[in-house]
Design a protein around this ligand. Structure first.
Ligand code: LER
Ligand code: MN
Length: 271
C-alpha cells in the first residue's frame, strides 16, 4: 500500500477537503519531505495546472499523482451528472473529460464524488439514476483508451442523497458494466453509512481502486476513534495494494495535520 495526501491549488474554496491549499510546487515538496508516496490533486478545471511543470517536479521528487479529484467541480462549479438540465450535464461531462486528459499525463485516476449529483426531488429515482449512468458511461468510455480509471466514491447522506454506501456504488457500477470504473471507499463516509467498515472493504476488495482515509471527525488518522490498525490489517489481508490517501481537515494547522497523518500511517505501513 502507498500513502497519499489530498491537496489543491491556492484558489480552491476554503471548504475543499484538502490539507494544503497552496502552489503545487510547495505542496509537492512538503508531501515529499513528510514521506508520502503521492499527492491527490483536487481540481476545479484542467487549466488550473501547468502539466509540464508538475511532471518535472514529480520526477525530481519521485512522487506520484495517483488521483485527480473532482469535488470542486460540484462544490464550486455547481455541475453534476444527475441535473435535469442537459446543458449542466454536458458541462459536467466535458469538465470531467478535461480532468481525464490531465490524468492520462500523470497516469492518475479520476474520481466521481459529489459531481454525480443528487437524486432530483419529485421524480422517480430511476430517472436520476439513468442520467447519472449515461454520463458515467460517457466519461468511462472516454477514459478507457487513455488507460484512465474512474473511481466512484460513496459519500455520506449529509453531503448527498445518492450512492452513500460502498454496496450501492458496486451495484450501480455492475449495472454500467465498464471495467475501468472502480469503487473508491472513504472510511469517513463508511463510518456513517456502512454497517462495518472492515466487512465492506473485505466484501468488495476486488472492486476497490483507491481509498480515502480520514478519522471519525475528519481529522488526520489517529485523531479520532476509527480503528485504523484494524482497517489496515483487513486491507493487507485481502491483498489491497493501492493508495490510502489522507483527505482531512487542515487542523490544528495544515502542516501539523499532514505530519500527523504521515507519521501515523507510516508507522502502520512501513516502506
Ligand atoms: C466529500 O465528502 C469527499 O469525501 C470527496 O472526496 C468527494 O467529493
Ligand atoms: Mn473522500
Amino acid at each position: 500500500m502507498k500513502i497519499g495526501i489530498a491537496v489543491a491549488p491556492p484558489e480552491a474554496l476554503a471548504s475543499a477537503f484538502v490539507v494544503f491549499r497552496d502552489d503545487l510546487e510547495v505542496s509537492i515538496k512538503k508531501a515529499k519531505a513528510l514521506g508520502y508516496d503521492g499527492v491527490e490533486l483536487a481540481l476545479l478545471h484542467p487549466g488550473q495546472i501547468d502539466a509540464g511543470r508538475i511532471e518535472r517536479l514529480l520526477k525530481e521528487c519521485k512522487l506520484e499523482i495517483p488521483m485527480i479529484s473532482s469535488g470542486q467541480v460540484f462544490a464550486e462549479g455547481g455541475l453534476c451528472f444527475t441535473s435535469p438540465d442537459r446543458a449542466v450535464r454536458d458541462k459536467a461531462i466535458s469538465r470531467i473529460k478535461g480532468l481525464i486528459d490531465q490524468a492520462q499525463r500523470f497516469r492518475s485516476m479520476v474520481n466521481i464524488g459529489r459531481v454525480r449529483g443528487p437524486l432530483e426531488p419529485g421524480e422517480a429515482r430511476r430517472d436520476s439514476e439513468d442520467r447519472f449512468l449515461e454520463a458515467l458511461d460517457d466519461v468511462a468510455q472516454y477514459a478507457e483508451p487513455k488507460g484512465v480509471d474512474i473511481a466512484l466514491e460513496p459519500v455520506n447522506r449529509y453531503e448527498i442523497n445518492f450512492i452513500n454506501r460502498v454496496e450501492e456504488a458496486v451495484e450501480i457500477i455492475d449495472r454500467l458494466g465498464r471495467p475501468n470504473v472502480k469503487v473508491m471507499p472513504d472510511v469517513f463516509h463508511m463510518n456513517i453509512e456502512d454497517r462495518s467498515i472492515e466487512d465492506s472493504l473485505a466484501a468488495y476488495k476486488d472492486r476497490i481502486g483507491y481509498i480515502h482515509f480520514a478519522d471519525s471527525n475528519r481529522l488526520a488518522p489517529g485523531m479520532g476513534h476509527l480503528n485504523f490498525p484494524n482497517i489496515i490489517s483487513v486491507l493487507k489481508a485481502v491483498g489491497y495494494s493501492g493508495y490510502v490517501t489522507a483527505e482531512i481537515l487542515p487542523h490544528p494547522t495544515p502542516d501539523e495535520a499532514a505530519a500527523q497523518a504521515a507519521r501515523y500511517l507510516r508507522a502502520l505501513l512501513p516502506r
